[in-house]
Design a protein around this ligand. Structure first.
Ligand code: ATP
Ligand code: MG
Length: 355
C-alpha cells in the first residue's frame, strides 16, 4: 500500500433477529471490496436493540447518539422483537438517530432484480426511487387529545412543513432526477389538504423549475394506482413523510420481495453520519435458521459505499449480487435453497471474478 488508503469509520448495529445474520454478510462483502478498491473500514460494533432493552431498559446507551456522532456512516440490521412494542424500538433508536443526525432524506430504490417475480402481471421492468422526507411533515409531535373518554372526545394532529424542509428534500430529489431520467414526480394531495400541500406544491415547483427537471405533480391516490398499473412510467418520486412511507412499501412490494429492499437515511450535507439498512424487520419467524436473504443488507451496504465516496466498489457489489441471482442462486424466500452463508459466499466469489 501507499499509506494513503481511504479510511471509513462505520458503526454497525446488527440489532435483532435476522439483523444479526444479514449484517455480517454485508460486512464480509465490504471488507472483501476494501482490499481490492484500496480503502479500509474500521467497524465499531454496537450491541444495541431489544436484548439491550431487556438488560438495561433502553434500546441503546444514554450516550448512544454521542457514540455514533463520530462515525462516517451507520449500518443497521433490524430492531424489533415480539415482546417489545413497536413504538419502543422506533422512538428508542430509529427516530432519535434520524432526527439527531438530520437524516432528512429517506431513499428507497426499487428495481426488478433477476430471478425475482413481481406480483404484477406486467413484465415491464421497474426501476424507480422514492425520495421520502424523513424528519418533518405528518409525523409531528404537535397535537393532542381532548376529553379523553368523555363526551365530545377528539384528537388533533398537526402536520409541520417548513420552507427549509421542503426545499432541501425537493433539491435532493431534483438533483437525483437530473442524474437519471430528468423527470420528477411530486406526490401531493393539494385538492384535499388545503394548507400544507399547496405549500409543498409551490416550493417543489420552484426548486424543480430552477434545476431544470421536468416536474409532474400527481395526486397521491392516482399515484398509488399508477404504480400498480404502470410502474415503468415512474422514475423519481419526491414525497412527504407519510406519503413517502406508504409509497415506499407499495413500490417495494411490486418489485417482489421484502428481503431484497434497501433503504438509506441520509444527511446529504455530510455534517452527520447517514444510516443504511435493509427494509425488512427482524423476522422472528425465521431468525436463527441461517436462511435470511442478505440482498437487502448487501444493497444497503452498497448505498453506504456510494455515500462514503466509493462508487466503484458500490457498483461492483450490486452487480455481484445481481450476477448471483441471475445464475439462479436464491434463498428460501425467493424459492431457492441457499442459506445466507451460501448466498454470501457466492457473492464474494462473484466479486473475485469481477462480476
Ligand atoms: P418487524 O416487526 O421487525 O418489522 P415483521 O415480522 O413485521 O418484523 P419482517 O421482519 O420484515 O416484518 O418480516 C415479514 C415477513 O417477511 C416474515 O415472514 C419474514 O420471515 C419475511 N422476511 C423478511 N425479511 C426477510 C429476509 N431478509 N429473508 C427472508 N425472509 C424475510
Ligand atoms: Mg413490521
Amino acid at each position: 500500500g501507499t499509506g494513503t488508503a481511504r479510511r471509513h469509520v462505520v458503526d454497525v448495529v446488527p440489532g435483532d433477529g435476522i439483523g444479526t445474520e444479514v449484517v455480517p454478510a454485508a460486512v464480509r462483502c465490504v471488507d472483501h471490496l476494501a482490499a481490492s478498491f484500496g480503502f479500509t473500514v474500521e467497524w465499531r460494533e454496537r450491541a444495541w436493540g431489544c436484548d439491550h432493552h431487556r438488560a438495561h431498559g433502553r434500546m441503546m446507551p444514554v450516550d448512544g447518539l454521542e457514540q455514533l456522532a463520530s462515525a462516517d456512516a451507520i449500518l443497521l440490521g433490524a430492531v424489533g422483537a415480539p415482546d417489545i412494542p413497536d413504538d419502543v424500538t422506533l422512538w428508542g433508536l430509529l427516530i432519535p438517530i434520524r432526527r439527531e443526525f438530520v437524516q432528512y432524506v429517506n431513499l428507497r430504490p426499487v428495481r426488478s432484480l433477476p430471478g425475482i417475480r413481481s406480483p404484477l402481471r406486467s413484465e415491464a421492468p421497474i426501476d424507480l426511487v422514492v425520495v421520502r422526507e424523513n424528519v418533518e411533515g405528518e409525523y409531528s409531535e404537535v397535537g393532542g387529545r381532548v376529553n379523553r373518554g368523555r363526551p365530545g372526545e377528539f384528537a388533533v394532529q398537526e402536520a409541520v412543513f417548513t420552507r427549509t424542509g421542503v426545499e432541501r428534500i425537493a433539491r435532493f430529489a431534483a438533483d437525483l432526477a437530473r442524474r437519471r431520467s430528468g423527470r420528477l414526480i411530486s406526490a401531493t394531495k393539494s385538492n384535499g389538504i388545503i394548507h400544507t400541500m399547496p405549500f409543498w406544491d409551490e416550493v417543489v415547483a420552484e426548486v424543480a423549475g430552477a434545476s431544470g427537471v421536468r416536474l409532474e405533480k400527481v395526486l397521491i391516490d392516482a399515484l398509488a394506482a399508477r404504480l400498480v398499473l404502470r410502474p415503468e412510467s415512474v422514475d423519481v418520486i419526491v414525497a412527504s413523510n407519510l406519503f413517502g412511507d406508504i409509497l415506499s412499501d407499495l413500490a417495494g412490494a411490486l418489485a417482489g420481495s421484502i428481503g431484497v429492499a434497501p433503504s438509506a437515511n441520509l444527511d446529504p450535507t455530510k455534517t452527520y453520519p447517514s444510516m443504511f439498512e435493509p427494509v425488512h424487520g427482524s423476522a422472528p419467524d425465521i431468525a436463527g435458521m441461517g436462511i435470511a436473504n442478505p440482498v437487502g443488507a448487501l444493497w444497503a451496504a452498497a448505498m453506504m459505499l456510494d455515500h462514503l465516496g466509493e462508487p466503484a466498489a458500490a457498483a461492483r457489489l450490486v452487480s455481484a449480487f445481481e450476477h448471483v441471482l441471475r445464475a439462479g442462486t436464491a434463498t428460501r424466500d425467493l424459492g431457492g435453497t441457499a442459506s445466507t452463508e451460501e448466498f454470501t459466499t457466492a457473492v464474494v466469489q462473484a466479486l473475485d471474478e469481477g462480476a
